[in-house]
Design a protein around this ligand. Structure first.
Ligand code: PMP
Ligand code: GLN
Length: 384
């Protein structure tokens, strides 16, 4: 194995899901829903398979999906992307992120990102031979926040891009207009690109301090941002791996150059189905969010009753809990012993930090599960 990949073991999600299966635990570790997305989408996929749409689709993605992505960007975020050249369909957000970094970064270039960060970020940066410059989100007064001076200090002459995830996994944080403005100003000042991971764009709860605002919409950012999302979360089909990246013609063409040699194209018959899903009435998006907000409240209440110090998320389908009140001092130890102690799996947040101490006592629970599964997990955790 090449040296640059040696620090990376098995992903924490695979590891914790395997632990859940092995111990028969309730799995609130890996974030995947346990119910299916819209019926019209599932029917469209089955119909596409039976209609013979089973060969290689066009490289950038099928036209009807690119048109649906374009319409969705306009309807929700007021952003205009030409389906012909400014939108590329990818194997989930994961490939979009990897291909974007590989397309933009020379070895030694620096990538500013906020830690805790989603696990593929560090690996994709390493694959490109680039260097990550994490800015730490610290829990302060029940909210995750960064120090603006630390953000500025992370920028320098080698900064090539900022990798921003909002709504943020695992923090559940939605970056505010003021925070986004700081990031945008630094990108302009240092002539850096931005790659934005917005897979939770539709999961911002009604009591969040800020609505979701794509960084690409800020002054000076449209021409330097690759905006990424995916069908997995919004339509509860994480196993389909249909994502996309939008940006200027030049930037998307650079990403396409890389992507064509990673996966060439993506699952043909699933693409018309995701086009159907994106065209869902706004009530679908509203109900999806409201449903997850009820689940958030259900799990937060249960975790609080079980003795955790809970950080209520503003978005995503993850909640952070501090284990200190339960006598825990290390999240990894805590999560590894949890299945045996009470039959529940969670993810230690510290694995998403370079500054491990900042997340040592934090664990992440996923609430994208049926109510009875959440209730069973809480009943078990209350035995701790
Ligand atoms: N980014 C974030 C923040 C995620 O939580 C996930 C996983 N769900 C992904 C990217 C990967 O998305 P996909 O499954 O579409 O590759
Ligand atoms: N995004 C999901 C999570 O954070 C899992 C994705 C994966 O398993 N790679 O749990």
């Amino acid at each position: 194995l090449v040296a640059r990949m040696r620090p990376f073991g098995t992903t924490i999600f695979a590891e914790m899901s395997a632990l859940a299966v092995r111990t028969g635990s309730v799995n609130l570790g890996q974030g995947f829903p346990d119910t299916d997305g819209p019926t019209a989408m599932l029917d469209a996929a089955a119909a596409a398979i039976h209609a013979g749409r089973n060969q290689y689709p066009p490289g950038p993605g099928i036209p009807e999906l690119r048109a649906a992505i374009s319409a969705h960007q306009r309807a929700f975020w007021g952003l205009e992307y030409d389906p012909d050249g400014e939108i590329l369909v990818t194997a989930g957000a994961t490939e979009a992120i990897a291909a974007s970094i590989l397309a933009l970064c020379e070895p030694g270039d620096e990538v500013v990102c906020f830690e805790p960060y989603y696990d593929s970020y560090a690996a994709s940066i390493a694959l490109a031979g680039a260097v990550r410059r994490p800015v730490t989100l610290r829990v302060d007064n029940g909210r995750y926040a960064f120090d603006p001076a630390e953000l500025r200090a992370a920028f320098g002459p080698r900064t090539r891009l900022v990798l921003l995830n909002s709504p943020h996994n695992p923090a559940g944080k939605v970056f505010t207009a003021a925070e986004l403005a700081q990031i945008a100003e630094l990108c302009v000042e240092f002539d850096a690109f931005a790659v934005t991971d917005e897979v939770y764009e539709h999961l911002v709860f009604s009591d969040a301090a800020a609505p979701h605002v794509p960084l690409a919409g800020l002054p000076g950012m449209r021409e330097r941002t690759l905006q990424i999302s995916s069908a997995g979360k919004t339509f509860s089909c994480t196993g389909w791996k249909i994502g996309w990246v939008c940006g200027t013609r030049t930037m998307v063409s650079a990403v396409t150059r890389v992507k064509q040699f990673l996966t060439y194209v993506n699952a043909g018959p699933l693409q018309p189905a995701v086009a159907v899903a994106l065209d869902s009435p706004t009530s679908y998006y509203q109900e999806f969010r409201d449903d997850l907000q009820r689940k958030r409240d259900r799990l937060c209440k249960g975790l609080t009753e079980a003795g955790f110090a809970v950080l209520q998320p503003e978005g995503t389908y993850f909640v952070t809990a501090d284990i200190t009140p339960l006598g825990g001092t290390d999240g990894v130890e805590f999560c590894l012993s949890l299945p045996e102690r009470c039959g529940v799996v969670a993810v230690p947040t510290q694995v998403f930090y370079d500054d491990v101490a900042a997340g040592r006592r934090l664990v992440r629970f996923a609430f994208c599960k049926r109510d009875e599964v959440l209730d069973e997990a809480v009943a078990r955790l209350q035995r701790l």
